[in-house]
Design a protein. Structure first.
Length: 392
């Protein structure tokens, strides 16, 4: 137990309800309050956001932060990091006896920036990521993230993986439909921000080509994502590309609530992630938990998180993506003609659609919020015990 009530300070640039990095902070906020109860105070420091968290403090810059009581009195600082924010520079003047933890979510490569401002922001972010090595411990969303950050300081050893979870609504989804048992129109799904690095234009091209190759299987493509966190210019390109294809089966749904998102997954047969960079990718797990087959590029952590439960193709290879989509459509078409279950390709092997879906679902639902909180508290306990803040 703690020697005395601990004071935790969770830090990020913004804390929003639907932002992935913010979600990481919010879950830690919940875990700390649930585990420590009256034995801890949990504060948050950020520039702002729409999340309504107890103990939320707004600062304009790091100078304001380091003069504040919530910073100076903190026993443990937990910095989320995936994009530059100057509050993270406060690590250099952290209270002497405080424990400091960094959470590495990865930074999009500057080469994937959509304009010079974004390029400069990502370059600064990569430079600021070295602040992580001033922490007592680094949590990484994935083994891929750990392998990417470790070479920046090969002597640093206090680093571990803390996989992000899926929402509980995906664990107990009783509305998952029986697939492939009739001639219903199939649904392909994309979920993510509409930014250049997500490869949505590649998907539009590949889907259009695949449906021309296999015209006898009806299928819709639905594009879902928060437009507030997207690039306006890229949104315009997507709209133009859809119109130019003349394909009326491509539907831009845009922003969806959590309940709407769950229904999109539930009603979809295939989830497609043609991203050029992923440090983790929670939507892949959400799709698996909902019974979807997953087809993705092999960028970043996608190969690892998809594993042998879905199918990956080389990043940027639109023809390979086209073939993967067409192969799925042909498998379903052939199965319907023969009145049997489809044989779906995952990697170099084919599996019964039902068996593959069940294996993938069991894998996905192991990434629960409860498991995430348990692993976080265990890792945190090791850190604060090393700092002498914890009595075993």
């Amino acid at each position: 137990m703690p020697k005395a009530p601990l004071r935790f300070l969770l830090l990020n640039g913004v804390v929003n309800k639907v932002d992935a990095i913010s979600r990481s902070l919010i879950l830690k906020h919940e875990a700390l309050r649930e585990f420590f109860g009256q034995n801890a105070l949990v504060d948050v420091a950020c520039y702002g956001g729409d999340a309504d968290l107890q103990g939320m403090n707004i600062f304009r810059n790091s100078s304001e932060l380091i003069r504040s009581d919530v910073f100076r009195d903190a026993n443990c600082l937990i910095y989320e990091f995936g994009i530059c924010y100057d509050l993270f520079d406060s690590i250099h003047v952290a209270p002497r006896n405080a424990a400091a933890i960094g959470v590495w979510h990865n930074v999009t490569p500057p080469s994937l920036a959509y304009n010079i401002q974004a390029f400069n922001t990502l370059k600064i972010s990569l430079t600021q990521s070295t602040n992580l090595f001033h922490c007592d411990h680094i949590f990484c969303d994935s083994q891929y993230n750990l392998d990417e950050i470790s070479p920046l300081d090969p002597s640093y050893r206090n680093i571990s993986v803390l996989n992000l979870p899926i929402e509980d609504s995906f664990l107990h989804n009783s509305e998952i439909v029986e697939r492939h048992n009739n001639d219903k129109c199939l649904q392909f799904l994309f979920v993510g921000r509409f930014v250049r690095s997500k490869g949505v234009l590649d998907l539009i091209v590949a889907f259009t080509r695949a449906t021309r190759k296999v015209p006898d299987v009806a299928v819709n493509l639905v594009l879902v994502g928060n437009t507030s966190f997207s690039e306006d210019s890229y949104l315009n390109e997507i709209t133009t590309a859809i119109n130019n294809t003349g394909n009326r089966n491509i539907h831009f749904a845009g922003t969806a609530s959590q309940d709407e998102l769950l229904k999109y997954y539930t009603n979809s047969d295939v989830f497609i992630m043609p991203s050029y960079h992923e440090g983790y990718c929670v939507p892949v797990l959400e799709a698996f938990a909902s019974g979807c087959h997953v087809i993705a590029y092999d960028a970043g952590n996608l190969s690892a998180i998809v594993g042998d439960y879905g199918h990956t193709v080389p990043t940027g290879d639109v023809e390979a993506l086209t073939e993967a989509l067409a192969d799925y459509l042909m498998a379903v078409g052939q199965a319907r003609r023969n009145k049997r279950e489809p044989s779906i390709r995952a990697g170099t092997t084919r599996f019964s659609a039902r068996d593959l879906s069940e294996r993938a679902r069991l894998y996905a639902i192991s990434h629960s919020i409860a498991a995430y909180k348990k692993n976080f508290i265990a890792g945190l306990g090791d850190v604060i015990q090393r700092k002498g803040l914890w009595i075993s």
